[in-house]
Design a binder for this molecule. Structure first.
Ligand SMILES: [Fe+2]
Length: 261
């Protein structure tokens, strides 16, 4: 079995003492890691699904590398809309951290996609990204597959958030539907839970490690929920279990008066 810890939307700042929405995002990232590794045995892989940095700098990514390295567990990173994808791949690519797009085990294949549109908050899968996905699915038709991607491919029902949905989600989902080995799509970006299905594929979104957005809100709004993360247990035969976990309390600094994320 492969046990994956998914952490998303760290939004670390250049200054480790800095705050976003009143929250020290670096502390919350550390709290999430500590909680996960204290509460759960046998985490085989940490999967970080984008927005690792709020304002990407070399030192921000280096600090993330240092924090992850303390856990001596393989970590796999992909970029979100706030990240500098090139810088991320340059720095977060030394053992035990990787930003490779493919992670294969004896049984499962993980495919990490880049949904970034440079200069935009929204998501899209560029033609070369879709080609890459299709090639990987063609070469491993029997291997249960997890696809990790920053942006969401099904609506959240938060109107403001859904302006950033993967623009060509129909193309993406139609492609996946041709490959029965695809078992789940994991995203970040939405700072809340998503638990949907598209045909036989689970479409799962995961809370942020920094702070959460309010579900079903037509406009930007924070939620009082604490930092969260997801665990997945992937079985060799292609079935899996998953659960979202929450920390005991939100950062007391969370400032609901701030908007304009
Ligand atoms: Fe994002």
């Amino acid at each position: 079995m492969l046990n994956i810890l998914q952490i998303s939307d760290l939004h670390l700042l250049p200054d480790p003492e800095g705050t976003l929405m009143g929250v020290n995002t670096e502390n919350n990232f550390k709290r999430v890691l500590e909680h996960a590794f204290t509460q759960h045995d046998c985490i085989d892989l940490i999967l970080l699904t984008g927005d690792l940095a709020q304002d990407p700098t070399e030192t921000t990514y280096q600090r993330i590398h240092t924090i992850l390295s303390d856990y001596a567990t393989p970590a796999l990173c992909l970029p979100g809309n706030h990240d500098d994808a090139l810088l991320l791949r340059h720095i977060l690519n030394q053992t035990p951290v990787s930003s490779e797009k493919i992670w294969s085990t004896d049984h499962w294949q993980l495919i990490c996609l880049d949904s970034q549109i440079p200069g935009s908050q929204a998501g899209r899968l560029a033609p070369n990204e879709l080609d890459f996905l299709q090639q990987q699915l063609n070469v491993a038709p029997q291997r249960p597959t997890l696809i990790a991607i920053h942006h969401h491919c099904l609506p959240t029902e938060c109107a403001w958030m859904d302006t950033m949905i993967i623009e060509n989600n129909d193309t993406f989902l139609a492609l996946l539907a041709q490959y029965p080995q695809v078992k789940l799509v994991l995203c970040g970006h939405i700072h809340q839970i998503m638990d949907k299905r598209h045909r036989d594929i689970a479409i799962l979104g995961t809370p942020a490690s920094c702070f959460q957005f309010k579900a079903h809100s037509p406009q930007f709004a924070l939620d009082a929920l604490p930092p969260g993360y997801r665990l997945l247990n992937l079985h060799p035969d292609g079935h899996f279990e998953t659960q979202v976990y929450w920390l005991d309390q939100q950062d007391p600094g969370l400032d609901f008066s701030l908007a304009g994320y």
